[in-house]
Design a protein around this ligand. Structure first.
Ligand code: IPE
Ligand code: IPE
Ligand code: MG
Length: 248
């Protein structure tokens, strides 16, 4: 089976999953964060090199203050757990999104997480927090305009590659596979530049119930698609026999 090099996930459905169990939405977020720890290890075990997850969108501030506060509290403890996980599992963690509106202590923890794991050589793990594609593109254009004004680059230097280097995902290859859990069929402002040629996989399974088996199912489906652009080197990312697993 060909293992996608980069898998991006919109981990959705925490609230609905909790409600279906007669529990408050925040219970779903807590279980969702626990599940992220598990899936992160599973992804690494399966041979995935880059995993990018959507934790909080620029639109998520519109949720109730109570829910936003609970999520921020959860991110604080998750960040601490992630520092340990990155150390123990050799993971390199990067943060996507604009940290400016986050509380100072959370910003500092996120910097510590990225700094302390920057030389690790295992799974590349990207956390999108206060992330929105439109916001990312606007921030990139602002920095590019600044460099243009200072004479660091000319109009003709602005290529797709150069522009991509201003995005939060600079140096990270584009995702090969996008997974969205819990049934919604939309991007919700996630990685719109980077997903130009990515294969999409939608599942009804809500994020807290998503397992390694579900991840494997998504990869199996991915293997049935014929990719035209942006594909990966089959030789390098193959586990087992490609021939037998290509068509089902
Ligand atoms: C995803 O679950 C987690 C975040 C967006 C923070 P939701 O909170 O969106 O759960 P649903 O979609 O309302 O069930
Ligand atoms: C997208 O999920 C954002 C994250 C998973 C963090 P949402 O649940 O916030 O998306 P919408 O509002 O349903 O589009
Ligand atoms: Mg949702």
């Amino acid at each position: 089976m060909v293992i996608p090099q980069h898998v991006a996930i919109i981990l959705d459905g925490n609230g609905r999953w909790a409600r279906s169990k007669g529990m408050p939405r925040n219970y779903g977020h807590v279980k969702g964060a626990k599940n992220l720890e598990v899936i992160c290890r599973d992804a690494s075990d399966l041979g995935i090199k880059y995993l990018t997850v959507y934790l909080f969108s620029t639109e998520n501030w519109k949720r109730s203050k109570e829910e936003v506060d609970a999520l921020m509290k959860l991110f604080r403890s998750y960040t601490k757990t992630c520092i340990r996980m990155a150390r123990d599992n050799n993971m390199k963690v990067r943060i996507l999104g604009d940290p400016a509106p986050l509380d100072k202590d959370l910003q500092e923890s996120l910097v510590k997480l990225a700094e302390s794991s920057k030389n690790n050589t295992g799974l590349n793990f990207q956390l999108a927090i206060n992330y929105g594609s439109r916001d990312e593109i606007v921030r990139a254009v602002r920095r590019l305009a600044e460099d243009y004004k200072e004479g660091n680059l000319g109009k003709e230097d602005i290529t797709e590659e150069r522009f991509a280097s201003y995005l939060d995902t600079a140096e990270i290859p584009d995702p090969d596979l996008l997974i969205r859990t819990s049934g919604e069929l939309r991007l919700s402002n996630y990685l719109m530049w980077q997903l130009a040629y990515t294969e999409f996989y939608f599942t009804e399974v809500p994020w807290p119930a998503f397992t390694k088996e579900d991840l494997k199912k998504a990869i199996e489906k991915y293997n049935c698609r014929e990719r035209r652009y942006g594909g990966i080197d089959l030789q390098e990312n193959t586990v087992g026999s490609v021939k037998n697993d290509q068509e089902t």
